[in-house]
Design a binder for this molecule. Structure first.
Ligand SMILES: [Cu+2]
Length: 139
């Protein structure tokens, strides 16, 4: 007698827990299915843009210093995909501005980078001091 009662007392809560788990699992499956359908492959990475892109960070690539109103070195040949970083080590603000790219104002002590993705000859100047010239050849 006593055993039967205690067995029921043990089994019923267990059954209840199992039902809750089963219902919960079903709900989770139903709820997550639509989102897993929509999460298809999306190409990934994306094609490289043709235009050079500006970014402010320093990274892998080559460096050009701006000293005494001159780009050092003024002429540079790089492989396509190389990041060129201009660092203003001068007393004045400068830019490196060419066809299809522009670092914007580089203040004293700052570095601005352009990644050159397309081969070509990129002549540039400083938009504040147009007598400052440089050339990047991208191969
Ligand atoms: Cu300048």
């Amino acid at each position: 007698m006593g055993n039967l009662l205690t067995d029921r007392a043990k089994v019923l809560p267990l059954l209840a827990v199992m039902v809750v788990i089963a219902v919960g699992a079903t709900l989770i499956i139903l709820l997550t299915k639509p989102s897993s359908d929509s999460a298809g492959p999306t190409g990934g990475g994306g094609a490289a843009t043709a235009q050079p892109s500006v970014d402010g960070g320093a990274g892998k690539g080559v460096k050009i210093a701006i000293v005494n109103f001159k780009y050092k070195p003024p002429n540079l040949t790089i492989k396509q995909g190389t990041k060129v970083a201009w660092t203003d080590e001068d007393s004045s603000n400068h830019t490196a501005t060419g066809k299809g790219f522009d670092t914007g104002s580089i203040n004293k002590g700052q570095t601005r980078s352009i990644t050159f993705k397309k081969p070509g000859t990129y002549k540039y100047l400083c938009s504040f001091h147009p007598f400052m010239h440089g050339t990047i050849v991208v191969r």
